[in-house]
Write a protein that binds this ligand. Structure first.
Ligand code: HEC
Ligand code: HEC
Length: 208
């Protein structure tokens, strides 16, 4: 009985594996990732000195969406978006949706050590502020595909601070085709000032 069940589960597991394979080929993605290493690192941990976020282990659907957004200028085309503008030409090195799917599959499989916290804030005030965030990003920052909200676990704190400011200032989430950024933008407005941003991020980094 147990053996049959195990076989069944393995069977289902293989079904999923095949499905992922058809969507994006991580082996091909590895070759494409050679361009990305310079800034995001071989393990995808990101690099504060180069302003590049952690991408290791991020969900495929979110990675694909961001890469397409950068490529088409939905993200990173605003002349005030200094860091997005550095990423945009890199997304342009990916020639097709298949290439984007391949590199996303590879990045999703990368493993990197949790980042070292750099931002200081009032964690309990941050926890209170996170109440509204959890409706989309999940109680532990695990993300929610159905609500298009990315995983926040293990993301670099300084990067999250910058994105929250970017959403507030309209560097992200204002392009008419940025449907998902537009959902996040009003949420960033619930954070009154830089201190409130630091507080919520100092709480998010406690998620494991
Ligand atoms: C020149 C440095 C550089 C290179 C090379 C580079 N990136 Fe980036 N990347 C960045 C920066 C900087 C950001 C942050 C942009 C921002 O702050 O909005 C970024 C952001 C991203 C994001 C968005 C992450 C998020 O959480 O929203 C993804 C995904 C990404 N890069 C993937 C890639 C891939 C895949 C490649 C290779 C094809 C690549 N990057 C090459 C600098 C780089
Ligand atoms: C209504 C749902 C919703 C709520 C509530 C919400 N978010 Fe988001 N958030 C999103 C979506 C959707 C995105 C992805 C936008 C995109 O695709 O560019 C996002 C993106 C982000 C990002 C950027 C992640 C990255 O890798 O670049 C951060 C950081 C973030 N949210 C933090 C928060 C915080 C903090 C709160 C609470 C103050 C919050 N969110 C509330 C939907 C939400």
């Amino acid at each position: 009985m147990l053996k049959k069940l195990t076989l069944l589960l393995v069977g289902i597991g293989m079904g999923f594996a095949q499905f992922t394979w058809a969507a994006g080929n991580p082996e091909k993605g590895k070759a494409l990732y050679a361009v990305c290493v310079a800034c995001h690192g071989t393990d995808g941990a990101g690099n504060k000195a180069l302003n590049s976020p952690r991408i290791a282990g991020q969900e495929i659907w979110y990675l694909e969406r961001q890469l397409k957004n950068f490529k088409t200028g939905v993200r990173g085309a605003n002349s005030k978006d200094v860091y997005g503008m550095q990423m945009r030409p890199m997304a342009m090195t990916l020639p097709s949706d298949q290439a984007i799917a391949d590199v996303a599959a590879y990045v999703n499989g990368l493993k990197a050590k949790p980042p070292v916290a750099k931002i200081k804030g009032d964690m309990s005030a941050g926890k209170a502020a996170y109440m509204i965030c959890q409706t989309c990003h999940g109680a532990k920052g695990e993300g929610n595909k159905a609500l298009n909200a990315p995983k926040l676990i293990n993301q670099q704190d300084w990067y999250m601070v910058r994105q929250l400011k970017g959403f507030k200032e309209g560097l992200r989430g204002t392009h008419p085709k940025d449907v998902y950024g537009m959902q996040m933008r009003p949420m960033s407005m619930t954070l009154a000032d830089d201190e409130a941003i630091n507080n919520v991020v100092s709480y998010i980094v406690t998620f494991k």
